[in-house]
Design a protein around this ligand. Structure first.
Ligand SMILES: Nc1ncnc2c1ncn2[C@@H]1O[C@H](COP(=O)(O)OP(=O)(O)OP(=O)(O)O)[C@@H](O)[C@H]1O
Ligand SMILES: [Mg+2]
Length: 423
């Protein structure tokens, strides 16, 4: 849809939602009067919020007047939204938190599942912001590896929610704990997935053990398109006791039968959720990597990445997972899934151009010291902007200045090919 620059004021009646799409040009939104929120975070009056390449919904419980300016497309006001059921879900979760706080117990661990593109990430974000607005501090576990909302796609993250999610920069300003997964889809390597989920659950448990408010606030676990085996693995590992299923009756029934330890709740998808094709997902992923380095176009999170050369010798690159050998070719008794978690050195080559790497905290001698890169945390993510085979140097884009730590780097295998064209 073509966009032309314009300014428009909208008067929103109570419990309605203004939806619009911001394309490549900046769109500015301003709350002129009343109260309104974006995906659970309240807007401040008379402040400009800037959006690029995203779909936005401005919801008001009590009525509001807002102005939109820039090249926005497809704006309309929706009267039917599932917001009341989402708020009620938050209220029910919060009653459990309240009880947990009184009894100094662990709070509810809520997991959000459903088919692709039903608003899982949006609901998870909303529940996190509502929790923060109620004074809770849940841990937000982001397993939506295709989105990588707190880091870059290909990473799993855990974030301590101590304030509502930022309207413009999302989770990026939250100082997440990151783990390398390396792919934007779950399924190619279930073992690797399980190893990283185990690690995140341990970290979450440690955080909960240390802090009573975090403990009683529980978890909000966002997932992505995953099969039932993976869902059940997450449910068991995090001991999730509430599973919210969006928009899938059958999955709701199957999960209700599969678990007696969790309350399985069904919620409807919002009519505003936008279906995205592969091209739109790819564009969103590149946008997320760009925000990781530069911050969001609006808002307070302004970042400046650093670009510098590093010699091939300085960067030891590995990948998780070796090519699969047909079962018939394997010696008898060999584990057919062993290749999924095999660590393979990657040689410098032009194929690495624009690839992202997770910088691991492991030492250079990790293998000799009995360490592993399978469940490696990420201390940062760098992107290869140039490969010079003649001088044997990479040009690296990094969130921190030179030098690149002498740590093993793990290759992101798909979805984050990033060519830096400046901010
Ligand atoms: N009420 C709404 N109005 C307008 N846009 C919305 C609304 N709710 C969600 N969206 C947009 O729809 C898109 C898909 O939503 P979301 O990412 O939450 O879905 P998802 O189920 O998490 O997708 P995935 O399966 O890829 O993880 C996002 O761009 C989001 O901003
Ligand atoms: Mg999602």
């Amino acid at each position: 849809m073509a966009a032309t620059a314009k300014t428009a004021e909208h008067t929103l009646e109570k419990e309605t939602e203004l939806r619009f799409e911001a394309q490549a040009e900046h769109v500015k939104l301003r709350l002129l009067s009343g109260t309104a929120e974006i995906f659970g975070t309240e807007l401040v009056k008379d402040r400009d919020y800037t959006f690029v390449l995203t779909h936005v919904a401005v919801f008001t419980w009590s009525g509001a007047r807002v102005s939109l300016s820039g090249s926005f497309v497809g704006s309309y006001t929706a009267k039917e939204t599932p917001m009341l059921s989402y708020l009620n879900t938050h209220a029910a979760i919060d009653r459990r938190r309240q009880q947990a706080a009184v009894e100094n117990q662990r709070g509810p661990r809520v997991m959000i599942v459903g088919p692709p593109n039903v608003g899982k990430s949006t609901l998870a974000k909303m529940l996190a912001s509502y929790a923060a607005r109620t004074g809770r501090r849940p841990l937000y576990i982001d397993l939506d590896v295709g989105e990588g909302a707190a880091a870059i796609p290909g990473a799993f993250t855990a974030v301590s929610i101590d304030r509502p999610v930022d309207v413009e920069s999302g989770f990026l300003s939250f100082n997440p704990v990151c783990y390398h997964y390396g792919d934007v889809e779950i399924g190619k390597s279930f073992r690797h997935f399980c190893a990283v989920v185990d690690k995140l659950a341990q970290i979450a448990q440690q955080r909960a053990n240390k802090d009573a408010v975090i403990r009683s606030s529980g978890h909000i676990i966002n997932t992505c398109d995953m099969n039932k085996e993976a869902m059940m693995y997450v449910h068991k590992t995090f001991e999730a006791d509430i599973i919210v299923v969006i928009d899938n009756e059958r999955l709701h029934n199957e999960l209700s039968e599969a678990t007696k330890e969790a309350t399985v709740v069904k919620l409807f998808k919002s009519g505003g959720v936008v279906p995205r094709d592969q091209a739109a997902r790819d564009q969103a992923r590149i946008g997320q990597v760009k925000r990781y380095y530069y911050g969001a176009p609006g808002g307070d999170l302004k970042l400046n990445p650093y670009s510098f050369p590093v010699s091939f010798e300085h960067v030891k690159i590995y990948r998780v997972g070796a090519p699969q050998v047909p079962a018939a070719c394997l010696p008898t008794g060999t584990d057919p899934h062993a290749h999924e978690t095999q660590i393979v050195p990657v040689q410098p080559s032009p194929d690495l151009l624009h690839k992202c790497l997770t910088v691991s905290p492991a030492t250079e001698n990790w293998a000799a010291e009995g360490g592993s890169l399978i469940d490696s945390q990420g201390i940062g993510f760098v992107s290869i902007q140039n490969v010079d085979m003649a001088t044997r140097q990479f040009t690296i884009l990094a969130p921190a200045p030179y030098p690149l730590p002498s740590r093993p780097c793990i290759l992101m295998l798909s979805g984050q090919s990033f060519s830096d064209a400046g901010s």
